[in-house]
Design a protein around this ligand. Sequence first.
Ligand SMILES: *[C@@H]1O[C@H](CO)[C@@H](O)[C@H](O)[C@H]1NC(C)=O
Ligand SMILES: *[C@@H]1O[C@H](CO)[C@@H](O)[C@H](O)[C@H]1NC(C)=O
Length: 364
Amino acid sequence: MAAAAIHCGKAKPFPKMLDGKISLVLLLLLLAAANAAPSSIVGNLRFREAPQFYNSNGCPPPINPSTEYSSSCPSSLVDVAMTLDVAYLRGSMAAINSILQHSSCPQSIYFHFLASSFTIFLNSTISSIFPSLPFIIHPFDDSLVAGRISTSIRAALDRPLNYARSYLPRLLPTCVNRVVYLDSDLILVDDITALAATPIPFPAALAAPEYCNANFTAYFTPTFWANPSLSVSFEGRRACYFNTGVMVMDLERWREEGYTERIEEWMDLQKRMRIYELGSLPPFLLVFAGRIAAVDHRWNQHGLGGDNFRGLCRDLHPGPVSLLHWSGKGKPWSRLDAGRPCPLDALWAPYDLLQPAFPIDVDS
Ligand SMILES: *[C@@H]1O[C@H](CO)[C@@H](O)[C@H](O)[C@H]1NC(C)=O
Ligand SMILES: *[C@@H]1O[C@H](CO)[C@@H](O)[C@H](O)[C@H]1NC(C)=O
């Protein structure tokens, strides 16, 4: 299995595994999105191979990971979609690891990754870490959305890939009717099959945990609320906040209703007048709030990354936990590396597949 190294934007072949472990020397370019100079070398990442997890009795037969995705879909029990980029790779790998570990039919989960750069490297990295994972990488063209993005309060929210979730119904093969979209900064501690089976009664196209106690007004600017032709769009629905990091999507209904285009229209308006401050969330609220199917709150214990400015430690919301989500500025891997973890970061650590790093000297 060939791994690859990236250095200064060029992918080239890299010698294979050492002692059955994967040696990925990743001279990682953190892009502008991560608030770093484009050429800064941040780390030397080596991942280990994840354990293999097997289907239990009563599961469908495992998906053959080498099946080519053509006109028909592999017979998956659950389809999962995630974005994939170099900056959040460690988070994504931990998330996949957690999904497989807590599923009773891990070999029947099909992964759809959206990536806009370093696709060959990401492809070989996943194959090395999860040698029998059934997955496909769908290329995401940043320019599809780049011209529609307005700057928000946090640079990481403005990465084009952050908007890729709105395009899943276009990017995924039409034989996929339902997908579970997941962010990269989360782990599951429960069987994803239960989340994927969430009923989405007609006419909803989306299911997510709703938070009706959150102050909905705060997600839009006074300009928005002061303009009746805009605020009327929430009339007649009980609009509640939901987090777009965990969503079950009915792709067929979404395609029929043209929701991607409706999201784009709001983003285009935001370019002309500032109607919200956050990134990809508000257009979702504009199109879907009050029109989604509810999911139990256990499936998105979000906010563990703290707020968007300082990333302070946060506690769990009351109630059971099936999914922990480090939304907000602080990420468990960076806080652990910095030696200043929050108490709940200890729950993320067991899913981390990074090998202890060999620091490289970097002139800074
Ligand atoms: C990933 O690698 C496989 C072979 O291992 C290849 O068939 C597939 O086309 C690659 N995907 C991308 C997006 O490069
Ligand atoms: C909700 O947010 C708006 C705008 O930030 C604020 O003016 C209002 O006082 C808040 N309402 C409550 C109940 O906190």
